[in-house]
Design a protein around this ligand. Sequence first.
Ligand code: 3Y8
Ligand code: NAP
Length: 248
Amino acid sequence: MRALILGGTTDANQLAAAIARAGIDAVYSYGGRTRAPAGQPLPTRIGGFGGIAGLVEYLRRERITHVIDATHPFAAEMSRNAVAACAQTGTPLLALERAAWIRTAGDNWIEVADVISAVAALPEHRANVFLAIGRQHVAPFGTRPQHAYTLRFVDPPDATLPLPEADVIVSRGPFTLDDEVAMLRTRGIAWIVARNSGGTGARAKIDAARGLGIPVIMIDRPHLPERARVESVADVMQWLGHRACLGA
Ligand code: 3Y8
Ligand code: NAP
């Protein structure tokens, strides 16, 4: 058995620890998005594979027998490529995917399908807006220059932002409720734009928003192709352990 973990999330890190403890031969893969990704207790590779064909070639060359897609729910291209490459090579694939956050009483959410709809959902009048969606999708907010934006990136911005008024917090998370409440209060944030990432690492801002009565423009997840999926590390280990005893 040799497993490939498509990583880059808290869940993937917890899976890597469990797989290392079990002594299973595995490789952890980052996309190379951040300057200093967290270290892993497994051999690690960083960077794209080169599309579906590149991943097919990697699976064959590295004799990968199992793929676990533990990427983020918004890492849609990676997940789609994994489905295609595993189908092409007949490699068992399992997604470790946390459930979406569900709106509860007290949540003031405006649910939208994508970033463009999130921009359209902002008010016309000037407001203090917290963009908690990283750096890859900031440009569309340039059509709403009237707002005072707070953004949060993992690494410092490497270019000027297309927003006349933007203050960047550099922090990689996971984030705590107290810190999120303090930040939102100090900055007088009146609107939050977030992705429905699920999980615990980004949840604190959503709980803080509920407590402070701040509306959240919540971007729904992209649709992914059908694939086997579980929500816990234990289920992944069972999937691996089960196949290991069948001698796969
Ligand atoms: C490179 C690995 C751990 C893992 C931490 C999780 C939790 C904190 C919440 C906010 C939202 C955001 C962003 C976020 C979260 C965890 C987890 C998660 C959101 C690292 C990591 C990599 C990335 C890539 C990065 C994206 C960006 C997205 C910031 C490591 C820290 C906004 C997603 O600069 C860039 O280009 C960053 C790009 C993809 C989304 C975007 O479009 O900008 N994550 N995040 C992974 C790789 O190279 O393969 O550097 O160690 C992982 C984590 N990010 O250590 O416990 O598991 O969800 N990551 C979102 O939710 O919208 C922050 O600020 O409230
Ligand atoms: P994406 O848009 O789905 O993927 C774009 C391309 O990046 C993929 O086609 C692949 O390149 C490469 N790639 C992505 N993840 C990879 C991985 N783990 N290992 C190797 N190559 C990878 O991906 P993304 O949304 O930018 O996410 C990139 C990474 O950040 C992932 O590890 C993801 O788990 C993590 N992350 C993303 C978010 C988010 O909001 N998107 C949040 C937290 C963490 P090739 O086609 O060349 O193979």
